[in-house]
Design a protein around this ligand. Structure first.
Ligand SMILES: [Zn+2]
Length: 394
């Protein structure tokens, strides 16, 4: 991810960190022979909701996003704890086999933090908050602060904050979360500009999302539309700096603002395809502006697979003007940049989060095509923090 591939390289790891990369230094007996492998930094799944894995194939795509949310809320409230945890572990297994070493996951129930934190991924667990009614803001913020005070769930796992979306979080709650994030030095992530209704709700004061909010007893009769795009609105609330913004399907007019505020954008290829989105994140334009773009799986409530190799292949299909090398950078270094993690490239001082693909000697294509091969379902080598297998459920 930071230069041409090194042939016959030797990667030296100590205490979970990459110390040095050299070419054929010598014959160290402790060295692992991976001479027929393509070694890469592990994939970083920058946006997921792993606690929704149990909804695999339970919801069908629909034209109405609001109806999808309704279906999800109803299923989510009926799911028992055991099935949820079973889903989380099976989702983690699929991600791990497909090369995911780090995760940015939205967690709405703090009780699940220890389960998700124990999956063995380097991770940022974003406490998801939803509350459009202004009276909810204080309580939600106090709850989030209580969780932050308890500290990070593990040494490779840190906490972040995720106000759900501009149409489901009140302006006051956004501001308070921004302050909490500053106080506790937390990364912040939010679904932004995902659906056209969101833009209309904010820019025109359209009523297409009002019904849903009323149903949820979340409507604020005093709501005044800001008459701003989602990005401009979040900027006015002081929450856009270094925001990890997910989806960004309608941001073509906000590229300068995103670059200025160092927003990291997370593209979820399979989720976009599942919803049949016709407006996609303008990934080419974002990359050309130097804006960080990462990849995420989203959840099985809006995708058919958590296999990250499927995600790469879908990105390749949906982004004809983005090269495979760029997609691999998004899948690794882009995710690390967005989430603020010390991994995502093979370089000295980086965490030894590594994956490898075994390449038959007959292979003659370019290295960057290997992870995209149609029949690839999993990686052949995997390390997080230099360790071979960190899934505590195994
Ligand atoms: Zn999401």
């Amino acid at each position: 991810m930071c230069g041409d591939p090194i042939e016959n390289g030797e990667l030296i790891i100590k205490d979970g960190n990459i110390v040095e990369i050299v070419t054929q230094s010598g014959n160290d007996d402790a060295a692992l022979d991976l001479s027929d492998y393509l070694l890469m930094p592990g994939f970083i799944n920058a946006h997921s909701h792993i606690s929704l894995t149990a909804f695999e194939k339970k919801i069908s795509p629909t034209d109405s996003f609001v109806n999808w949310i309704r279906a999800l809320i109803s299923l989510n409230s009926a799911l028992d704890d055991d099935s949820r945890v079973e889903g989380i572990r099976s989702g983690a297994e699929v991600m791990r086999h497909s090369g995911v070493t780090a995760l940015g996951d939205y967690v709405s129930d703090p009780e699940l933090l220890s389960v998700i934190g124990d999956l063995g991924f380097r991770s940022v667990l974003f406490l998801e908050t939803i509350g459009f009614h202004p009276e909810k803001a204080q309580e939600l913020c106090e709850n989030a602060e209580e969780v932050l005070l308890r500290g990070n769930p593990s040494s490779i796992c840190q906490l972040g904050l995720a106000p759900h979306a501009p149409y489901s979080v009140s302006p006051g709650l956004f501001r308070s979360i921004g302050q909490l994030a500053q106080q506790y030095h937390c990364p912040v992530s939010c679904h932004v500009a995902e659906i056209k209704e969101e833009g209309r709700f904010l820019v025109l004061g359209d009523d297409s999302l009002e019904g849903l909010l009323k149903e949820r007893s979340a409507w604020d009769p005093k709501w005044q539309p800001p008459y701003k795009s989602p990005m401009q609105y979040l900027s006015s609330l002081g929450i856009l700096d270094r925001l990890i913004a997910v989806h960004c399907n309608f941001v073509s007019d906000d590229l300068d603002l995103m670059a200025e505020k160092k927003v990291g954008a997370v593209f979820c290829p399979q989720s976009s395809e599942w919803f049949g989105r016709t407006n996609l994140m303008p990934v080419r334009a974002l990359l050309d502006r130097g804006i960080t773009v990462a990849l995420g799986t989203d959840s099985l409530a809006s995708s058919n697979s958590l296999n990250f190799l499927d995600e790469l292949r879908m990105a390749d299909k949906l982004l004809p003007d983005v090269s495979r090398k760029e997609i691999l950078t998004m899948a690794t270094f882009g995710g690390a940049e967005a989430l603020g993690l010390p991994c995502g490239k093979l370089a000295s001082g980086q965490k030894a989060d590594l994956i490898g693909f075994r390449i038959p000697s007959s292979y003659s294509g370019p290295w960057w095509d290997v992870p995209f091969e149609l029949d690839r379902r999993e990686v052949d080598f995997y390390r997080v923090d230099g360790k071979p297998n960190v899934l505590s459920s195994e």
